[in-house]
Design a protein around this ligand. Structure first.
Ligand code: BTN
Length: 248
């Protein structure tokens, strides 16, 4: 088996923890091998991008963090590959169609079903890939501020088969990740681009607005054209929030 053919083993499952990313980070620092997986039924301090929190009712979401050890040049494509893999896994486990909202939110019909948080030390050859997927979450069980913007595989699938389960989504995610992590970066970028939820739309971010033109395949940056026609690249670590919205 190749070094990248064992995502999900060994696996540590916790009934509850603060954050699976935190547990996986500790394991990575202690030398855990590529593919090590931490899952949890619930998180008390689930982490999202840009310092936000991630909440999900116990037992209703996939809360998973993989230790990924790949050479430095592979890390640029990792967030893109992860979003494509999670999208495919969701579509395998429920009758839904997924799009990716830059940088790597997975959307169904404009609502977020999954988020990805990449942490770690790429320069040391490891990262923690944290994945949260709302599987059987009911919107009524979400915090007020998420009810209009989030969805789950169960709700988006409208009760039609297949009925999604957390373990099925995990298995499909690991399988898809194994494939996409070693794919040609150009293929990853093309698959990402085919699911791009923002392309061609006016977008706003914390310091500006413009038209989304897709991603730069090598850096994963979002390319936008400003109202004066100049093209700008937005980098995921630097921009707090990009959302669709009419330009002024
Ligand atoms: C985001 O969309 O802001 C990223 C959300 C990532 C959430 C997952 S849930 C499993 C893993 N553990 C965490 O603390 N966060 C990630």
């Amino acid at each position: 088996m190749s070094a990248l053919g064992s995502l999900g083993r060994p696996r540590l499952h916790l009934r509850e923890t603060s954050s699976t990313n935190e547990r996986a980070r500790e394991l990575a620092l202690a030398g855990a091998p590529h593919g090590t997986l931490v899952t949890a039924g619930a998180q008390t301090a689930g982490r999202g991008r840009q310092g936000r929190t991630w909440s999900a009712p116990a037992g209703a979401a996939l809360l998973a963090s993989f230790v990924v050890r790949i050479p430095g040049e592979g890390t640029a494509v990792l967030p893109l590959a992860a979003a494509v893999a999670v999208s495919e896994a969701c579509e395998r486990c429920a009758p839904v169609e997924c799009a990716i909202k830059w940088p790597n939110d997975v959307w169904i019909d404009g609502r977020k079903v999954a988020g990805i948080l990449l942490e770690g030390r790429p320069q040391e050859g490891w990262a923690v890939l944290g994945i949260g997927v709302n599987v059987t979450v009911r919107s009524g069980d979400l915090p007020d501020e998420l009810r209009e913007t989030a969805t789950s595989l169960l709700e988006a699938g409208g009760g039609r088969p297949p009925a999604p389960t957390v373990e099925a989504v995990l298995a499909a995610t690991a399988t898809a990740l194994e494939r996409w992590l070693i794919a040609d970066p150009a293929d990853v970028a093309a698959a990402w681009g085919a699911r791009d939820a923002l392309r061609g739309l006016p977008v706003r971010w914390d310091t500006g607005h413009g038209l989304a033109e897709g991603i730069d395949p090598s850096s994963g940056a979002l390319v936008v054209s400003a109202p004066d026609g100049r093209r700008t690249e937005l980098h995921a670590g630097e921009v707090a929030l990009v959302r669709p919205g009419e330009a002024d």
